[in-house]
Design a protein around this ligand. Structure first.
Ligand code: TYD
Length: 142
């Protein structure tokens, strides 16, 4: 599926299938991942029915999000266009650039998310109010 929202895009990792010995996927900083990686985090133990994560945008942070087990729905919103994407292939990630409101939901059982980020955690980089997000997008368009 093409990504129509701004500040996003697909990332495809090399995937090596070792038959019975599993599957190996590789992400290289500043190669497949379009920035220098400073932080990696993962999320597991989700409740398939009720968990919702994200619901924010970042001012400057760049991230790429992967679903390395199971599946989930990623809802993207650049302030003008909205798009839902199903992540279910472990080697296909989605770029979460700055000023992209994102929400993760509808997790399958055993779902594991992996995120590569361009910087350390900084709460002041978060926009957690959707109204503030829209105001900032509109200011940026002027
Ligand atoms: P948050 O980024 O809001 O999670 P998600 O986008 O997956 O829903 O982070 C949840 C909490 O964890 C919040 O209190 C901040 C904290 N946190 C850190 O301390 N360091 C980190 O690197 C991250 C990603 C979150």
């Amino acid at each position: 599926m093409d990504l129509l929202v701004q500040h996003s895009g697909w990332v495809t990792l090399q995937r090596i299938v070792d038959d019975r010995d599993g599957v190996l996927c590789i992400m290289n900083s500043a190669k497949e991942i379009p920035f220098e990686i400073r932080r990696v985090y993962f999320i597991n133990n989700l409740d398939s029915c009720s968990s919702i994560r994200g619901r924010h945008a970042h001012r400057k942070l760049q991230q790429v999000i992967f679903c390395i087990n199971g599946s989930f729905t990623l809802s993207l919103d650049d302030g003008v266009n909205r798009q839902d994407v199903e992540l279910k292939r472990e080697n296909e990630g989605v770029i979460l650039g700055p000023m992209l409101w994102h929400t993760m939901h509808d997790f399958s059982g055993g779902c594991v998310l992996l995120v590569a980020a361009s910087d350390f955690y900084d709460e002041s980089d978060y926009i957690r109010s959707y109204d503030e997000f829209l105001t900032l997008v509109r200011k940026g368009e002027k």
